[in-house]
Design a protein around this ligand. Structure first.
Ligand code: UD1
Length: 344
């Protein structure tokens, strides 16, 4: 099996990508320091795959440890870099930690890859780089807007680092994937999203609220100029998103250009309001959700959804799951977690 290094492979998107890589005939080699994930994810992965996969509990900013993984596991065909801090709120209070970790791990990994002659690289970026776009759907050519948080800025800076490496002709065949709103869970309900502490994102808050882990949901603003007054996002099932990484790896294997960074949006192409997302959850789970209308959340954009024309044309990838299926899987995953949140 061809080996793919997966940093952050125990995280939400990383773990689902490990499953899809393995199904496609790759062996994911996971690097994770478990700062934002749970060690039990590796057992769940082994259950889904029928075999354990290699896991290195190290920090991606540790160049020597990272080099040793490449040497021990080599040859490694490529790397997918998920490992990063991702809380918008925490990034405002701890900007230095966010820059050190998110930029440091990227730069370290790219240096180690260059030294070990590994060129294929997939980077986890975010639609947050677009801010509130002037036209919708958002294409990859849409301009970046000033970031609303240090977290968002780390994604913009990381993309710039990759572009500068390419400009300098460092042999790097890169794909930067701008995720819209990843939701759902693996249909087996063995892996899913489990944010540490109170969730900031909508869908984990919905599922945890319905499960009684949290109080009622507050809808952040219903006075936007959208069809029902609430914000519009593009919610993509995490398994669809994971499969796009496999498609990106296949595409990188065919592209012979010595150095490039190709950007792809990954969403469904459909905008869904907060109230529509709640209704989808209620329908999929057969439960009622308690929610109240609240004030707008600072930094929220009103409306953003993707043009996925480029990903479908070049990667031959398209989404298969509906929002109802995403909500069904998110709910199913939540019900496996028990009546109370795990102790921190
Ligand atoms: C947020 C981040 C974004 C990050 C993305 C990761 C902000 C401002 N943006 O995006 O940088 O890349 O998560 O997935 O935090 N909502 C509620 N009540 C809640 C939670 C959310 O009404 O308790 C609403 C939000 O106002 C928004 C929608 O639900 O309209 C989705 O929110 P969320 O899941 O946090 O995603 P984004 O805001 O798109």
């Amino acid at each position: 099996m061809k080996k793919i290094l997966v940093t952050g492979g125990a995280g939400f998107i990383g773990s689902h990508t490990c499953v899809e890589l393995f199904s496609a005939g790759y062996l994911p080699v996971v690097v994770d320091n478990f700062s934002g994930s749970d060690r039990r994810v590796m057992d769940a992965l082994a259950k889904i795959l029928g075999t354990p996969i290699p896991i290195y509990e190290i920090d991606c900013c540790d160049a020597v440890a990272m080099r040793d993984v490449f040497r021990k596991e080599g040859p490694i065909e490529g790397a997918i870099h998920f490992a990063a801090y991702k809380s918008v709120g925490a990034s405002v209070n701890q900007p230095l930690e966010y820059y050190a970790n998110n930029l440091g791990s990227l730069v370290t990994l790219l240096q180690v890859m260059r030294n070990e002659n590994v060129r294929r690289f997939v980077f986890s970026s975010s639609c947050t780089v677009y801010g509130q776009p002037d036209t919708l759907p958002v294409t990859e050519e849409s301009p970046m807007k000033p970031a609303e948080s240090p977290y968002g800025r780390t994604k913009q800076f990381c993309e710039a680092v990759i572009n500068d490496a390419v400009t300098a002709n460092i042999p790097l065949q890169a794909v930067s994937l701008r995720y819209f709103n990843p939701v759902g869970a693996h249909p087996s309900a063995l892996i899913g999203e489990l944010p540490i502490g109170k969730p900031e994102n909508l869908v984990p808050f919905i599922t945890q609220s319905a499960a009684g882990w949290r109080g009622e949901l507050t809808v952040f603003g219903n006075d936007y100029s959208t069809r029902d007054g609430t914000c519009i996002r593009d919610y993509i099932h995490v398994v669809d998103l994971a499969r796009a990484h496999v498609a990106a790896m296949h595409w990188l294997e065919k592209d012979t250009r010595p150095a490039f960074n190709e950007i792809f949006n990954l969403g469904t192409g459909n905008g869904v309001t907060v109230l529509e997302a709640i209704a989808a959850f209620e329908q999929a789970s057969g439960t009622r959700l308690n929610y109240q209308m609240g004030v707008r959340r600072p930094g929220d954009v009103m409306e953003v959804y993707a043009s996925v024309e480029k990903a479908s044309r070049l990667l031959g990838w398209r989404t298969e799951f509906t929002i109802l299926e995403a909500m069904r899987d998110a709910h199913r995953w939540q019900t496996t977690l028990g009546p109370t949140p795990p102790k921190a």
